[in-house]
Structure formats: structure tokens, C-alpha cells
Design a binder for this molecule. Structure first.
Ligand code: MG
Length: 204
């Protein structure tokens, strides 16, 4: 199982971090040791003093494929969940300044809490109009809608599959909307698709 992630996929989030709008999806990966399931707590790591939450919809790959044409991409993912792309913003900033890779800023232990529940794609009326949000201690911090993605699910799956053979069970984080910010010890994070809470855990 691999975890792929797309950076800079929502225009207003690109602006808040003063990033350039990409011509193609920005891709990075996290190792499987980043994954947290079952609403287990996130333990604030000692490697950073500025861990940010980024709530994202997560696709699950259901069929092996490579060089998938965009028009067939929908056959390769069958369900959608929600996760947090935890980012060590201080380490990422240093890496960006030096043009170095993001691995340690994005892939550290526990950097990918993901909901246990994934809803079948067929449950959604329109994949281009899915609302999702993040609350921290009951206060809404991020709200997104898939209509604002620069690159939609089919494009992302097709694009990724040109570089990496996608396998059943792989997860794809599809980008975060605006509103990212730091977490602190004791915070309780709750992530929703539409109005259903699918993920909830504490920062310890
Ligand atoms: Mg992200």
C-alpha cells in the first residue's frame, strides 16, 4: 500500500502560502508508517515546532493500472474517505527555500490520519460537488468543495499512473482547501464529508 498526495490543488490554498499555480499536479508520497487509523491520537513529534493540519479527500484505488487514460480513470478508484495531510511547515519551508525534497516535512510518523469509513463513489451524486470540512475543538477551520480543485480525481489518477503503477489499496490525498493552520497539544480534530463526521482524534 502506498500513499500518494497532491499539493497545490485548490487555488485559494495556493495563494495563502504564496505558492505558484502549477501546470501539472504537484506529487509527493508518504510511507505506510505515516498512516493512522481507528481515530488513534496523533502524537506531536519532536522534529518540528510548526505542524499544520491539511484536511483532504482521499481516494482508494481498487484495481491495478498504469498509463491509465483519463476517460477510464474512474474505473480505478471505488471509494472516498477523508484524511489529514499533516505537514511540518517549518521543515517544508526550509526545503522549499533550498529546492530540496519534502519527504521529512510530509512523511514523518503519523502524518496521515485517515478515516476508517470510505464511501463508495456510487453514493455521491456528483464528484465535482462534494463538500468537506475540518473542525478543531468544534470550530470550523477549513471548508472545501471539489468543484474548486485545479485537477479533478480522474485527471489525478491518470496523471499519477504515468509514473507509478497504481495498486489496489493505494490511497491518494487529493489536496487541501484554504484555512490550513497549526495544531497544538490537546486539540481535537474532526473531519467531515458533507455533514457526516468520518474522522476524529486528539493531538497528544
Ligand atoms: Mg496537502
Amino acid at each position: 500500500m502506498r500513499i500518494f498526495a497532491i499539493g497545490r490543488n485548490y487555488a485559494e490554498h495556493i495563494s495563502e502560502l504564496n505558492n505558484e499555480r502549477p501546470d501539472e499536479p504537484v506529487i509527493f508520497t508518504k510511507p505506510d508508517t505515516a498512516l493512522i487509523r481507528k481515530n488513534a491520537p496523533f502524537y506531536y513529534p519532536t522534529i518540528s515546532k510548526d505542524i499544520h493540519y491539511e484536511v483532504e479527500l482521499v481516494l482508494r484505488i481498487c484495481k491495478e493500472g498504469k498509463a491509465i487514460e483519463e476517460k477510464f480513470a474512474h474505473k480505478y478508484y471505488d471509494s472516498i474517505g477523508i484524511g489529514i495531510d499533516f505537514t511540518a511547515r517549518d521543515l517544508q519551508q526550509k526545503a522549499k527555500e533550498k529546492g530540496l525534497p519534502w519527504d521529512i516535512a510530509k512523511g514523518f510518523n503519523g502524518s496521515a490520519p485517515v478515516s476508517d469509513t470510505f464511501h463508495p463513489v456510487s453514493n455521491f451524486k456528483d464528484l465535482h460537488n462534494i463538500n468537506f470540512k475540518l473542525e478543531v475543538d468544534g470550530v470550523v477551520k477549513q471548508e472545501g468543495n471539489t468543484s474548486h480543485m485545479l485537477f479533478n480525481f480522474d485527471y489525478i489518477v491518470s496523471y499519477l499512473s504515468n509514473f507509478f503503477t497504481l495498486k489496489t489499496g493505494d490511497l491518494i490525498f487529493t489536496g487541501t482547501p484554504k484555512g490550513v493552520g497549526p495544531v497544538a497539544l490537546g486539540n481535537r480534530l474532526s473531519a467531515y464529508i458533507e455533514n457526516e463526521k468520518l474522522l476524529e482524534f486528539e493531538v497528544k
